[in-house]
Design a protein around this ligand. Structure first.
Ligand code: SF4
Length: 99
């Protein structure tokens, strides 16, 4: 097999591996026990302020020190929800101001 043919035969394999890496972890389900325990909500503006008086306008995962997504990402990892992604506009009671 020539090296060109071998390269062409590997393209689908390399493409699949790249796609797998590009796929984000699944989103946190607000019904997950951990999410419920921390009051995770997908829209920070809809936080129950009576239940979570610590919440203040402007707080969201995007402004949280624990959020590991980059600006512009549709979702990103949070160490409190291993293997899952959180939305930048979401919020939970573990929010910590980003330095
Ligand atoms: Fe979002 Fe921060 Fe809560 Fe993680 S700890 S879910 S980044 S608010």
């Amino acid at each position: 097999m020539t090296s060109r043919r071998r390269f062409i035969s590997l393209v689908p394999v390399l493409g699949a591996a790249t796609l797998a890496r590009a796929q984000a972890a699944p989103l946190v389900d607000p019904k997950d026990p951990q999410a419920q325990a921390l009051g995770y909500t997908t829209e920070a503006t809809k936080v129950d302020k009576a239940k979570y008086p610590k919440y203040a306008a402007g707080q969201s995962c995007a402004s949280c020190a624990l959020y590991q997504g980059k600006a512009g990402d549709k979702a990103g990892p949070c160490p409190l929800y291993a293997g899952k992604s959180v939305l930048p506009g979401a919020w939970c009671s573990a929010w910590v101001k980003r330095a």
